[in-house]
Design a protein around this ligand. Structure first.
Ligand code: SIN
Ligand code: FE
Length: 312
């Protein structure tokens, strides 16, 4: 696991990423490396940054847990959520919505070329704005992000697609402080005991139905069905956060991402935690298994080898 530093002048216009380079970036990500851009390739105006950083001080209700859902087919039908529209000022909500839309579009534009092998087969997922101080947040254990974990979505199974996240630290001066843990394969073999091991059969349809019911839907919806792969990834996320020997005894590698930087990582397999920092933006991509340049080292393959059966 390594941090691969990519200086901005390497990305300047006139030097498009070659097919070979793009393949290489995908391979580095799939191997568990973090791609780090000391100066973010994503542009912001000073006004946008001032607006985003102003959200905490104004006392408006904009600042809770802001998620943006792009709509690639119809950009006008995108959605901003997590904003309390009853108390927040509507001009501010609109401004935030426009900034999130621009952010998402810039990240997509940048990665379309930079990660060319993926772009035809990624699903554009949520973007988020994280304006709260991460140090000493008071959250239930499974929602704490200061404990090492791999990502899995409780209500949005990926069916084998990988969770790739692009981050921006937009704090004016402070670093965003992460620690990362040993790679997925090693961690699974060392820490996944029999009770959380991947099960090939049984869970998928039951989970799909109960999830459908929990959301007030009469019957299961295929896209909500959790495959055995999704079940494992969710159990593993919970297991790592709840496992004290894992939290206390495994190697922890600190990385501090400076103000103005970006980084990108497969958070479904690189164990990570955020210890401190404030004001980050993030865009998530779900990369389909068939787009991977090294499918043989994907978490799906690793788990199917352990289970001895297909998991999706
Ligand atoms: C996480 O995905 O666990 C949090 C990362 C961050 O907000 O820096
Ligand atoms: Fe996470």
């Amino acid at each position: 696991m390594a941090l691969v530093t990519i200086p901005l002048d390497q990305l300047r216009e006139g030097q498009p990423t070659t097919a070979e380079q793009a393949h290489n970036w995908c391979a580095r990500l799939e191997s568990g490396d973090i791609l780090f851009f000391p100066q973010s390739p994503i542009p912001f105006t000073p006004e946008e940054l001032a607006f985003l950083r102003g959200q905490q001080q104004t006392g408006s209700s904009l600042h809770k847990n802001i998620a943006y859902k792009p709509n690639p087919k119809n950009p006008e039908q995108d959605k901003l959520s997590g904003v309390d529209t009853k108390t927040a000022d509507s001009a501010a909500v609109q401004r935030l919505h426009a900034i999130m839309r621009g952010y998402s579009q810039h990240v997509v534009h940048f990665l379309t070329d930079f990660l060319a092998p993926y772009h035809a087969q990624w699903r554009l997922d949520y973007a988020s704005f994280r304006p709260l101080e991460e140090q000493n947040r008071d959250l239930p254990r499974r929602r704490r992000n200061d404990l090492l974990h791999t990502d899995a979505f409780p209500t949005r199974p990926t069916h084998g697609a990988r969770i790739l996240r692009f981050f921006n630290n937009i704090h004016p001066t402070r670093t965003r402080d992460w620690v990362v843990g040993d790679p997925f394969g090693l961690t699974v073999h060392r820490f996944a005991p029999a009770q959380i091991a991947p099960h090939p059969a049984g869970a998928a349809s039951r989970t799909g139905k109960s999830l459908g019911r929990a959301l007030g839907l009469g019957k299961a919806i295929p896209s909500l069905k959790r495959t055995p792969y999704d079940d494992f990834m969710m159990r593993f996320h919970n297991f790592l956060k709840e496992n004290e020997p894992y939290q206390d005894q495994t190697p922890r590698y600190p990385w501090q991402f400076p103000a103005g930087s970006s980084w990108m990582v497969y958070t479904d397999t690189v164990p990570h935690a955020v210890l401190a920092g404030q004001y980050a933006l993030e865009q998530t991509f779900l990369v389909e298994p068939q787009a991977l340049v090294q499918p043989e080292i994907s978490p799906l393959r690793i788990l199917e080898q352990i289970a001895g059966a297909p998991l999706i």
